[in-house]
Each structure stands twice: as structure tokens, then as C-alpha cells.
Design a protein around this ligand. Structure first.
Ligand code: UD1
Length: 376
């Protein structure tokens, strides 16, 4: 039983389900969507882009405080497990749905598998860090994307026999879809963007921001908007707005800070449009975890507007620079990139598009050798 809840989960589960289905003797898979994300732009379009099968079950939880959302997911997920006890539950990433469903599964004695385990920002003010720490503590099998993750898990007392370095399933999705990516020219035309607003040769920077640390307080959000306004003087910026960010800009009365002609807003984009925009951007400014990885995989300079990253390999080996909301640093990095001196990087180990294959092979063998199936 695979669980998804929010947008970044879909790219992780899609290649995994495909890899499992490639083995004719594999058990049936069930896909549960918690409904944490529910807007069409945040769900249905991405399912289609990723060729991810429709969820077998949608728990329709919607938005709420962390406590309400997590509790609601747990209450609605428990009867699903009771009705159809799976041989294991697979959760991915670090969203509230990951932890909520993990807790339910483990308390029912169902083996729990975490894909993208062991990443740590060491910043416990991030809701995702709490979700990561707690999920990893209760897992039977942990699949990691980079070598630093095993070290984090070891420090937290996780038995190393449970931990398997398999590579990055996000990159599996990226590789599977890149040939179908929608070019930025098409995205701009579809959204009525005047090409004259773009830089020389159609140059643009891509922005995505949705973390509470950037968008939930008026001070941090207006600071971020001011930085983007300044960067737009050097390079036009394309910004698909996350619903959380859009709501907060309106709630805090900050829309006037967005009046710059060269900060161009779009609605949330599909996966294929996002890949096209990332691939063709001169630089990306983001606080997303997945986009730090995608830019590294595509060799596009990335400025991460956070104080830390749980994905250090993107900084050590990739194109990522953690800049926070440090305006002089952002200015310096943008200048370097525009002068052709941006950070070059390599492709991290096992980010080869075959992580889900490795997970499927290991997981199916692991399930097979378990002595007593849990539902017997
Ligand atoms: C969640 C994840 C975050 C992930 C992000 C990707 C947690 C704690 N956070 O954050 O790790 O990077 O997804 O998008 O799980 N909203 C809509 N429509 C939707 C979904 C949300 O309008 O389909 C709005 C609602 O106002 C909601 C707000 O966005 O209150 C936040 O949604 P929520 O699911 O709580 O978290 P995200 O910010 O999306």
C-alpha cells in the first residue's frame, strides 16, 4: 500500500509503482491519497503527467492545522488498513501524510517502508524535519537518496541493516519525463506572457517559494519579495505561485510588492511544464527540496532561499548554493551566474534513473523472505 498526500510525493511514488508492476510475480499495489493536496493543479494534472494510476482510495482530508490534518489522516487511514491489511505500507518524503500514515501502520503491526529516509536539515522548526525524524524511527526498511542520510540514521540509533542506499526516485521521474517536458516558450504563450518581458535570448529566472519560514510571517515574506524585486532588475523572474504563498501575500496586503513588471506570476504548473521551466531557466531561486535535486540533476544553478538544506549532496556535488534571505549574497550569486561564473556540478552517486528498480528488487525479495505474512 503506497501513500501519497502532497504534490512532491507523486513523483516519488509513480516510478516505484511502475517498477513493482514490471515484476509479474509482484503483489498487487494499492495507492492511497490522503487528500492533503486537493486543488486540480496540485493533484490531477500531476497524476496525468506522471502516468500515475488514480488512487484506489482518497481520504479527502484537505487542509487544517498540523494537529487537525495529521489526526484526520490517521483516523481516516486506520479503517482502510483494517479493511485491506497490506503486507507493507510505503511512505515517501516528509509531509504530514507521511508521518500520519506511518504511525497508523506501525501501530497495527504492518511493516513500514520509507523512501527518501535519513535527510536532515537539523532545523526542528521545520514541520518536515519532525516528520522525517519520527517516521525514520518507526520504519522497518529505510531507502536513502544520498550517503549523508545513513550517517544521520546511525547517529539516531537506527540499525544499519534496515538502511539501503538506492539513489533518488525523483530523478527516476525526471529522466522518464524529460523528453516530454513542455518548453518554456509554450508555457509562456499558454499563460499570455509577453516575450518582450523576458531577457535577452528569452532568458529568465524561475522562482518557487512555499516554506512557512519564508511565507508565513509578513516580515519574512516581504523580505523575500523585496529580494525578488531586486533580482528582477537583473533578470526577469517567472514565479508559479503555491496556494499557501498566494493566500499569504493577499492576507498580509503585500500584493503591491509584486507590481514589478519583471516578476511574472503563474498558477501552479504541471510536472512537464515545471521540468521545461527548470531546464531552460538561467537560474532557479527556491525553497523546495525537490527542485534543489532537479536543478542539480539538470546542471542548472540553484539558489536555495533557506538557512539550511537536508540535501547536502546538492551543495557538495551539485549546483546548489544555500543563500537564505541574505540580500548581498543573493546579489553576488546572481551576478556570478549572469556573468557565466555560476556553480557547476556533477551528478550525485546513483542518481541514474534506476532507484525505483533497486527499491522494487529489494522490497519484493524482503517481503518474500518474511516468515509470517502479517495478514496470515
Ligand atoms: C506541504 C508539505 C511540504 C511540501 C508542500 C509541497 C507538510 C507539513 N508540508 O506544504 O513539505 O513541500 O506540501 O506543496 O506536509 N492549499 C490549497 N490547495 C491545496 C493544498 C493546499 O489551496 O491543494 C493551501 C491551503 O490554504 C492550505 C495551505 O495551502 O492551508 C497549505 O497546505 P498544506 O497541505 O498544509 O501544506 P503545504 O504548504 O502545501
Amino acid at each position: 500500500m503506497c501513500v501519497v498526500g502532497a504534490r512532491p510525493n507523486y513523483m516519488k511514488v509513480a516510478p516505484l509503482i511502475r517498477a513493482i508492476h514490471r515484476d509479474p510475480s509482484a503483489p498487487r499495489t494499492m495507492l492511497v491519497h490522503t487528500g492533503q493536496h486537493y486543488d486540480v493543479a496540485m493533484t490531477e494534472q500531476l497524476f496525468a503527467d506522471l502516468e500515475l494510476k488514480s488512487p484506489d482510495i482518497n481520504l479527502d482530508v484537505g487542509s487544517g492545522t498540523h494537529a487537525v490534518q495529521t489526526a484526520e489522516i490517521m483516523q481516516r487511514f486506520e479503517p482502510v488498513i483494517d479493511r485491506t491489511p497490506p503486507s507493507c505500507v510505503v511512505v515517501v518524503g516528509d509531509v504530514n501524510s507521511t508521518l500520519a500514515c506511518g504511525l497508523v501502520a506501525v501501530k497495527k503491526g504492518i511493516p513500514l517502508v520509507h523512501v527518501e529516509a535519513g535527510l536532515r536539515s537539523f532545523d526542528r522548526t521545520m514541520p518536515e524535519e519532525i516528520n522525517r525524524l519520527l517516521t525514520d524511527q518507526i520504519c522497518d526498511v529505510l531507502y536513502t537518496t544520498e550517503r549523508s542520510a545513513a550517517e544521520n540514521l546511525r547517529r539516531e540509533g537506527i540499525e544499519m541493516t534496515r538502511v539501503h542506499f538506492v539513489g533518488n526516485v525523483m530523478i527516476d521521474s525526471l529522466k522518464a519525463s524529460l523528453a516530454h517536458a513542455v518548453g518554456s516558450g509554450v508555457v509562456f504563450a499558454d499563460n499570455g506572457i509577453d516575450p518582450a518581458l523576458l531577457g535577452e535570448g528569452g532568458r529568465f529566472g524561475l522562482v518557487t517559494l512555499h516554506r512557512p519560514s519564508n511565507v508565513d510571517q509578513p516580515e519574512s515574506l516581504s523580505e523575500a519579495l523585496a529580494i525578488l524585486g531586486e533580482v528582477s532588475g537583473q533578470l526577469p523572474l517567472i514565479w508559479p505561485l503555491h496556494p499557501r504563498t498566494r493566500k499569504n501575500i493577499e492576507r498580509f496586503g503585500l500584493t503591491k510588492l509584486l507590481s514589478r513588471r519583471r516578476v511574472i506570476l503563474l498558477p501552479p504548473q504541471g510536472y512537464l511544464e515545471s521540468l521545461g521551466l527548470i531546464r531552460e531557466a538561467t537560474l532557479v531561486i527556491t525553497d523546495s527540496g525537490g527542485i534543489q535535486e532537479e536543478t542539480t540533476a539538470l546542471g542548472v544553478p540553484c539558489l536555495t532561499m533557506r538557512e539550511n538544506t537536508e540535501r547536502p549532496v546538492t551543495v557538495e556535488e551539485g549546483t546548489n548554493v544555500v543563500v537564505g534571505r541574505n540580500r548581498p549574497l543573493v546579489r553576488h550569486c546572481v551576478g556570478e551566474i549572469l556573468a557565466g561564473r555560476g556553480k557547476h556540478g556533477g551528478i550525485p552517486e546513483l542518481w541514474d534513473g534506476r532507484a525505483s528498480e533497486r527499491i522494487a528488487a529489494h522490497l519484493l525479495a524482503w517481503l518474500e523472505q518474511r516468515v509470517e505474512p502479517i495478514f496470515a
